[in-house]
Unconditional design. Structure first.
Length: 279
């Protein structure tokens, strides 16, 4: 039973690899605006002149794995897929920790949403799927697709549904179809962003550090709205508490940072959140 479910995930892995590769190539070849790639992983991790090659290199790796999984049953490609998704999970974790303002770039520009737990969960599920295929019969993916039985179809559908639930890009794509404009060009009332902030876990965990619940400054940068509040650090020193709210999605990312009078970051407990403050 488990072997049947694992083997049925080969078409799912192939579909995700194909979609990711095509979207990355399209984004790299048709950059929508200057600097757009700086907000996408893995391009955000390299200097400007290497961003397009990095995105295309990632797409090339996905194509190699896709072809290997579909035309052969060799364990090399199955282990390669597992390694690729495991490394992707680590890279996304690092992006979330070091560059919380950038998206994963998993599906090109539509993946500009800041990396969240859903994106991390998706790569972890894909890693598990790829590992599971290692212990299935060594038959090529095309043969699995051609020989799908009624007992395997629920496993394929289940895998696709789980990945869809873990893909915030679906909501972003739907929003683009509704608004016909990328997030950074859509109007959004600051009061709406403020409401989102005050309903977030970041607000509840830092509210006690604020001297006032009214912001002293606010501005927008692309898809982010910033609010600055007077407050104090955990040590009691005066500080500005800066919240950043992503302006797209039903559950938008909210980041927080603390800076002293000179604008230097202050550590929040044992973890310092880095947000793109440039005003």
């Amino acid at each position: 039973m488990l072997t049947t479910i694992a083997a049925a995930q080969l078409p799912v892995l192939g579909a995700l690899l194909a979609a990711g590769a095509l979207a990355k190539v399209r984004t790299a070849m048709n950059e929508s605006e200057p600097g757009a790639l700086s907000r996408l992983g893995p391009a955000a991790l390299v200097v400007d002149r290497w961003r397009v090659p990095a995105l295309l290199g990632c797409a090339a790796g996905e194509v190699v794995l896709l072809v290997g999984l579909m035309v052969t049953g060799h364990s090399l490609f199955r282990w390669g897929a597992a390694t690729f998704f495991a490394v992707s999970t680590y890279v996304l974790w690092e992006l979330r920790r070091r560059r919380p303002d950038v998206g994963c770039g998993c599906f090109g520009e539509v993946s500009a949403i800041p990396v969240g737990l859903r994106s991390l969960g998706r790569t972890m599920v894909l890693t598990a799927m790829a590992v599971g295929t290692v212990w299935t019969p060594p038959i090529p993916g095309w043969a699995v697709v051609a020989g799908l039985t009624w007992s395997q179809l629920p496993a394929v559908a289940g895998g696709l549904l789980v990945l869809a639930a873990l893909s915030p890009e679906i909501e972003e794509a739907a929003a683009r179809l509704r608004h016909r404009a990328p997030c950074e060009q859509r109007p959004l009332d600051p009061a709406t962003a403020l409401s989102r902030l005050r309903s977030s876990a970041a607000w509840r965990s830092h509210e006690r550090l604020l001297s006032s619940t009214e912001p002293v400054d606010s501005w927008r940068e692309l898809c982010w709205r910033f609010f600055v509040y007077p407050g104090h650090s955990h040590a009691g020193d005066p500080a500005d508490v800066v919240f950043a709210i992503y302006l797209s999605g039903r559950h938008p990312a909210v980041r927080v940072a603390m800076v002293d009078a000179a604008g230097r970051p202050i550590e929040i407990g044992s973890l310092q959140e880095s947000i793109p403050v440039s005003a």
